[in-house]
Design a protein around this ligand. Structure first.
Ligand code: BMA
Length: 329
């Protein structure tokens, strides 16, 4: 018999690697202490001092402009303490690159700096680019400005240097419209170079043929950096956003060890299929449990609400080893 998920079902051959929390969506616009149109695509981190889970949520107001708002919870599922005012707001005067808002944060804890690094999309008059802010407490922020100019987004820092250089994954869009995942390096977090393609989008009918982009920041495992990425396929009904996996070499992350052939997670539930932008699941954050294996993955659903799915690092790696295809054609 097929396994059922609300009103949808999978064939028993489909291994469900990301398991939706039964209480999804765990955060909705109506939960917000102030008026917002939608909340989605949250950065996530386990706070160093308290062990609580902090989400830096993208909140879109009724003008269409996004800011970031923090929500904190002990278990990362319930009893959220949501900031009563926007936490990180676009400042079009001091940071003109934030003219049309700030979006889709990814958070990394950087042990060398003893600070959190937030990479986010700044929506400038020239298009979206990659910005960085550092913080100790998610109250005050040191802004590094736009690191990579338009069109570029879906960026996250690795938590440590490789040799003398920091590394960042990001997703520029080429003039041709091709959108691959790139990796770049910096001696100081400000100046970025040695750019190269890390994962190309695939071709033709593939689920990840149209565009791909990093989902949460890289997840460190003994076998390498586990990457979740979103892949977009264009259909007659619009874009379809799904999630796939890859593994990068631990010491030299430009080397891709595995890349999953099939997507592992896609829009199924009504809250993922219907919303401001339907048929979108967009993971942007994760936290790891005390066992070092269980993941809570946070994702935006249909650009409207925030959901959580659980997974096991071991199971993801096992699946990836058995279902890898590095080609693009
Ligand atoms: C992408 C990003 C995301 C958004 C998704 C679906 O390009 O802008 O913020 O969730 O599209 O609309």
């Amino acid at each position: 018999m097929n396994e059922t998920h609300g009103n949808v079902s999978h064939h028993p051959d489909f291994k469900e690697l990301l398991k939706r929390h039964p209480g999804n969506p765990i955060l909705k616009p109506e939960d917000w202490p102030y008026s917002v149109n939608s909340i989605f695509n949250p950065g996530a981190i386990r706070l160093h001092d308290s062990g609580e889970v902090l989400l830096l949520v993208r909140a879109e107001d009724r003008r269409g402009i996004s800011h970031l708002c923090s929500a904190v919870s002990a278990d990362g599922i319930s009893n959220w303490k949501i900031d009563t005012h926007p936490t990180l707001v676009p400042d079009r005067t001091c940071r003109p690159e934030e003219l049309w808002g700030i979006e889709d944060a990814r958070i990394s804890w950087i042990p060398e700096l003893c600070r959190y690094a937030i990479t986010y999309t700044s929506f400038s008059s020239g298009g979206p680019g990659v910005s960085l802010a550092l913080t100790d407490d998610f109250r005050t922020f040191e802004h590094y400005g736009m690191l990579l100019p338009p069109e570029d987004k879906d960026a996250a820092l690795f938590p440590r240097r490789f040799g003398s250089h920091w590394a960042m994954i990001h997703r520029p869009v080429q003039a041709s419209g091709a959108a691959h995942i790139w990796i770049s390096f910096s001696p100081d977090l400000r100046h970025w170079g040695s750019h190269r393609i890390l994962l190309p989008s695939r071709q033709g009918a593939w689920w990840d043929a149209r565009r791909i982009g990093l989902a949460p920041p890289p997840i460190e495992t003994p076998e390498g950096w586990l990457i979740l990425y979103h892949g977009v396929r264009n259909t007659a009904a619009g874009s379809l956003y799904r999630v796939g996996l890859a593994l990068l070499d631990l010491e030299n992350p430009v080397n891709v060890i595995y890349r999953g052939s099939e997507w592992i997670f896609g829009p199924l539930q009504p809250y993922e299929r219907v919303g401001d932008v339907g048929d979108v699941v967009f993971p942007t954050g994760f936290v790891v449990g005390n066992d070092g294996d269980s993941l809570q993955i946070y994702y935006g659903a249909a650009d409207t609400s925030i959901c959580m799915a659980t997974a096991s690092i071991k199971e993801l790696l096992e699946w990836l080893k058995q279902n890898s295809y590095l080609g693009v054609a």
